[in-house]
Design a protein around this ligand. Structure first.
Ligand code: GAP
Length: 452
């Protein structure tokens, strides 16, 4: 167990350009984070893996990219205006506001005042309000979407009419969601603006239980395949009293967060026909599905796996963080591959997720033949490898290995004097630190096999 893991991840993310605090030069904006160059690559890789598994590898799911602003009626119909609330409580002494169900925050605060006085608990709606057009009045008021799911439901008939989908089928969407959370915290865990990856899978009402089970297992296995440790993730059934207003049944995938133990990473919910029937009612449109074979007409039920990209990214970063003793590893250069702390820090990210796939180094930066050959290899790999390839000639080779280990680059390729003679390079594996000599002409095949 790594001590202060969360602090180390937050610091590493800032230092290496994964994640920066939002609006930092103005003192920050609470609940917002910006992705840096490496964070952007990691986020895109996660989204690609999700999209591949949910859409591209299947023949029953299509994609959608709806706008963020919807007609205000959408939010009345969906129940979010009335029910998308958290319980709010305010300290009568200093007027700080808290989520009434966050008992730890409340008891911490109670230590600040001798005689604590709280207001009544009130529901606080989490949707950000905004106005469409130049007049700021009630009529023009709408909301930034707190989930992408509604964009799918309001396009249900469009998709049916414009494609050949047949039930059971799904519509998937990746996009921004906004929630004016009462309190934020734990880095990417609870923020006010975040990307969501959501699937609405439409099924025959009698078969909803079967598909609910199916998607629970699919989603768990997605995390396991991408390297999350089995002991750190589990499916947990949520009791009826704690589930969202639209849900018939809900499961959560819980991750073992260092700051709270097991807690929600992703939700998998049986939404029944709640959303389609509400939108049919509020829009006056018939949103039922006609089964062409049986001529049966019905409102399908919906199974929804839904996750925030930030929470997923945080889980992958935490799960892949290792520190070990550099003396137990060889760099092949006689130099220890370690950082300022003396420890080798490694993000053992799955190669499909790693921000940079391969880094190419000349052994010495001042030997032109080494630099030229390594640049040739670098530019070739940039064309051949599916993902980011980096070049580094700064400092000594051990430091360069350290630097790539810390951001999770699965392979480093070094061009040395032997390379000039026999046209081979060393390929170093991040996790074992073992090096193999590989013919330059076979390098692309060697790396592609290892990275996939
Ligand atoms: N459409 C269903 C839905 O929105 P949710 O459980 O409210 O369900 C889905 O949110 C997922 O979005 C959560 O499981 C979590 O991964 C992520 N999420 C929710 N609120 C978040 C927040 N404030 N910050 C970061 N991620 C959040």
């Amino acid at each position: 167990m790594v001590s202060n893991l969360m602090d180390k991840i937050v610091a590493l993310c800032k230092r290496r350009g994964f994640i920066y605090p939002g609006s930092e030069i103005y003192g920050g904006l609470n609940g917002t984070w910006d992705l840096g160059p490496l964070g952007t690559l990691l986020a895109n890789n996660i989204k690609n893996e999700w999209w591949k598994s949910i859409v591209l590898s299947r023949d029953d799911v299509v994609g959608l990219d709806s706008s963020i602003l919807y007609h205000p009626k959408v939010w009345e119909a969906s129940g979010h205006v009335a029910s998308f609330t958290d319980p709010l409580i305010e300290c009568k002494i200093c007027h700080e506001r808290f989520r009434a169900d966050h008992k730890k925050d409340i008891s911490e605060h109670e230590k600040m005042h001798d005689k604590q006085k709280w207001t009544e608990i009130k529901p606080f709606n989490l949707m950000f309000k905004t106005y469409v057009g130049p007049i700021d009045n009630e009529e023009n008021k709408t909301y930034l979407r707190p989930e992408t799911a509604q964009g799918i439901f309001i396009n249900f008939q469009n998709v049916i009419n414009s494609t050949r989908v047949k039930i059971p089928f799904g519509i998937a969407q990746i996009g921004k969601g906004f929630r004016n959370e009462i309190t934020t915290g734990n880095f990417l865990f609870r923020v006010r603006e975040f990307e969501m990856m959501e699937l609405e899978y439409f099924v025959n009402p009698g078969l909803d239980e079967k598909w609910y089970e199916y998607w629970r297992e699919q989603r768990l296995s997605w995390y396991l395949k991408l390297g999350i440790k089995k002991n750190n993730i589990k499916l947990v059934d949520i009791p009826k009293k704690d589930i969202a207003h639209y849900a018939r049944k809900a499961t959560e995938l819980w991750y073992n967060w260092p700051f709270m133990g097991f807690g929600e990473l992703e939700g998998i919910v049986n939404r029944g026909d709640y959303d389609l029937s509400q939108h049919a009612k509020y829009s006056g449109r018939d949103l039922s599905y006609l089964d062409q074979d049986t001529k049966e007409k019905y409102l399908p039920y919906v199974i929804e796996p839904s996750v925030g990209l930030g929470r997923t990214m945080l889980a992958f970063l935490l799960d892949s963080y290792y520190e070990d003793d550099p003396s137990t590893h060889s760099t092949g250069s006689g130099q220890a591959s370690s950082g300022p702390s003396g420890k080798r820090v490694v993000l053992k990210l799955h190669p499909k997720l790693a921000s940079v796939k391969v880094a190419v180094f000349p052994l010495l930066a001042n030997k032109l033949p080494l630099v030229n050959l390594s640049k040739d290899i670098y530019y070739n790999l940039k064309k051949q490898i599916n993902g980011m390839v980096a070049f580094d000639d700064r400092g000594n080779i051990g430091k360069r290995y350290y630097s790539q280990d810390e951001i999770g680059t699965p392979f480093c390729v070094t061009v040395d004097f032997q390379s000039l003679e026999d046209k081979t390079v060393t390929a170093r594996d991040r996790d074992t630190t073992k090096q193999e000599r590989v013919k330059i002409e076979n390098l692309e095949k060697y790396l592609s096999t290892k990275l996939n």
